[in-house]
Design a protein around this ligand. Sequence first.
Ligand code: NI
Length: 215
Amino acid sequence: MKKLAVAALILGSFSGGAYAHDAGEFFLRAGSATVRPTEGSDGVLGSLGVNVSNNTQLGLTMTYMATENVGIELLAATPFRHRVGTEKTGDIATVHHLPPTLMAQWYFGDANSKARPYVGVGVNYTTFFDEKFNDTGKSAGLSDLSMKSSWGAAGQVGLDYLINRDWLLNMSVWYMDIDSKTKFKSDGTVLAAGSYSNNVRLDPWVFMFSAGYRF
Ligand code: NI
């Protein structure tokens, strides 16, 4: 009986002290994801000084640890919604997008470290939907807004801090290269009548604060 208790104590303290990003494990992290565009554009939108608002949504990342140092991570989120405006007109449109991002990551330290800083490189795909001019845009004679989806590179730094073997706190920052060919029409009210095609850069920083669970 005494031996069993000692064994349980040893096992308990061992598992309590062991933090693990071991090969073959999954981490699911959920928290706030904020997209902060560093926007710009060529063409008429660029000359008007395009600006795009920040937006925060629910972010989810799933990481598979291929080794105790190499992770593969997918970022998903609820749809982001941005107001698009120009310096001269104020907000003229709203757009929605989803930016799933796949990263190859390197975790510093070893599987038993409580803090695991990491860096990642990968690829972002962003699809836009519900692109619409608002009343200001419509009264300026603008219509038929459409934004093409974007493929681009992404970079990341992050930190997992393990509270115990199963739960962690995380902060992570991505830089994503997101550029979209943006088309719209003008009836001549403000801009010369015609169809316009501009390359709009979002190139955002994405900040995520989350709690994570190990599977
Ligand atoms: Ni770019």
